[in-house]
Design a protein around this ligand. Structure first.
Ligand SMILES: Nc1ncnc2c1ncn2[C@@H]1O[C@H](COP(=O)(O)OP(=O)(O)OP(=O)(O)O)[C@@H](O)[C@H]1O
Length: 483
């Protein structure tokens, strides 16, 4: 068979403060090489002469402040990058002041000593669907880690539809000390060390992960509220342990349901309030939505700085079928890694700083006895709406109730289920409590491939070889079908 012809290549010249935007089709990949100049993808700098690969319907932009020449559909001269850079400068000043305060060093002459101005930035990014919230978070984090001050800001994701470093259905937080790459929507924030093979060269992060189990924030708002508060507590504990790290601050990415007028106001407001309280937010950035900006000014303007920032014209309107595909890519990538085919003729490319072959995983399937794993679901499926309950009835009990799942029961719903494996319960019996299971963090995921009721056995797929026997797992509404 004749070799396929090399993929066509084009060379673009970018004027200062313009960006080259691209959107990939399914089953295609793209390679970009910076020939000359300086450029960045959502704040992460490209290295001249290095080939970057993109796949899995990635949509992104190469931006340049000073002009550059990337080789390889369109160039835009209208970007909000100057506004984002201004926000970064303001956050940077907060970090510097916070660090001076921690170290007890005097502030630069003329600086105010208002204690509020000496706090590290704790930023909540809000906006409706497809406003570019995640991209803004990435840009601000990447500018902070590039600032040469050794900042390692925390990035928290409370959008369970997004997947962040792991899979959809999760909330997570990580301390970031290197640039967050963009190469595939299956890993929107780069690779985490939880599934990555050990040979990774770049900054594989170790996020703290909680399992919500659903992609829709409306499925169990009480649970979401609790998980947000847990994550906030964890961040505050980490900051208390490392006061200098605290100056780097925190950025929180939120679901579009928090900023969308189609969500019930009560639902949005409660969860926004949970974030503001839990993460001790002092800056709210509203991406391109005047009404939400006014609402936030009213609710929080007296003690939080609320700023409206423009939405980028490059943000792609992601429809529900694209979102479903991306969620499937994420579940698949968690098990199999990124088996990316570079464009024909392209060799030596990197996927977010990693050699592509290092990002391929080989999961193993294991047959286990039903009793090896204790499986629960949080809340019962048939929860009565609050309005149908007697006055003062405790709806919370059923929504937050850990319900054991019996794999032998025909309605267990375990076939195809994604299970979150939980960290062990507190070994000290005196520290144990009824709802402890809700507060345990996630140590990994397995997918149930088969349930054999007759033999009382299940086949699970796992990215690593470790035994799951004796562990506790939580199911949710996420499912995975191996193809
Ligand atoms: N300037 C740009 N050029 C090209 N693509 C972009 C640009 N900015 C963002 N995108 C892409 O648009 C898509 C949506 O952006 P993003 O995920 O940041 O929005 P969001 O508001 O967080 O989304 P959601 O509605 O899921 O909350 C992503 O695929 C992102 O990579």
């Amino acid at each position: 068979m004749a070799d396929a012809a090399p993929a066509p290549s084009r060379e673009w010249h970018l004027e200062p403060e313009t960006e080259y935007r691209f959107e990939l089709d399914p089953q295609t990949s793209l390679a970009i090489k910076l020939v000359r100049g300086r450029a960045e993808i959502f704040g992460a700098e490209l290295v001249e002469g290095k080939t970057y690969l993109f796949a899995m319907e990635c949509k992104a932009a190469v931006f340049t402040w000073n002009g550059c020449q990337p080789s390889t559909e369109y160039i835009s001269e209208e970007t909000p990058m100057a506004a984002y850079a201004n926000v970064h400068t303001a956050l940077e000043q907060m970090r510097v002041r916070a660090l001076s305060k921690t170290r007890g060093s005097p502030l630069p002459p003329g600086e105010e000593v208002d204690p509020k101005l000496c706090e590290a930035p704790r930023v909540l990014v809000l906006g409706p669907e497809n406003s570019g919230k995640t991209t803004v978070c990435k840009i601000l984090i990447n500018y902070a880690v590039r600032a040469g001050q050794e900042w390692s800001p925390m990035l928290a994701n409370v959008d369970p539809s997004e997947g962040a470093w792991v899979i959809p259905g999760t909330l997570s937080v990580a301390s970031v000390s290197g640039p967050l790459p963009t190469y595939s929507p299956a890993s929107p924030l780069g690779t985490a060390s939880t599934t990555a093979p050990v040979g990774l060269t770049s900054h594989a992060l170790a996020p703290l992960v909680s399992w919500y189990g659903h992609t829709d924030t409306r499925k169990n708002p009480l649970l979401l509220d609790r998980l947000i508060r847990n994550l906030g507590e964890n961040v505050n504990d980490r900051f208390d342990l490392k006061p200098e790290g605290k100056a780097s601050g925190l950025i929180v990415d939120t679901p579009s349901s928090f900023g969308s007028s189609s969500s019930p106001t009560d639902h949005r407001q409660k969860l926004i309030k949970a974030c503001v309280d839990a993460f001790r937010i002092n800056v709210i950035l509203v991406v391109g939505h005047e009404k939400l900006n006014v609402e936030m000014q009213r609710a929080y303007g007296s003690y939080v700085t609320v700023v409206k920032i423009p939405k980028s014209g490059g943000v792609v309107e992601l429809d529900s079928s694209y979102r479903e595909r991306v969620q499937r890519y994420q579940l698949q990538t968690y098990m199999y890694g990124h088996p990316v085919q570079p464009p024909v003729g392209v060799t030596g490319g990197t996927l977010g700083g990693e050699t592509p072959s290092h990002l391929v995983l080989s999961p193993s399937s294991t047959v286990m006895k039903f009793g090896d794993l204790s499986i629960y679901r949080i809340g019962t499926e048939n929860m009565a709406p609050s309005s149908a309950l007697p006055i003062n009835a405790m709806r919370q009990v059923s929504e937050m109730q850990p319900v054991p799942v019996n794999p032998a029961s025909p309605g267990s719903g375990l076939h195809g289920a994604v299970l979150a494996l939980l960290a062990p319960f507190n070994p000290d019996e005196n520290e144990r409590y009824d709802e402890e299971i809700l507060d345990l963090s996630v140590i990994g995921f397995v997918y149930v491939m088969q349930v054999d009721v007759k033999q009382k056995k299940m086949t699970i797929l796992s990215p690593n070889q470790g035994s799951v026997a004796g562990k506790t797992a939580l199911a949710g509404s996420l499912e995975y079908q191996d193809q």
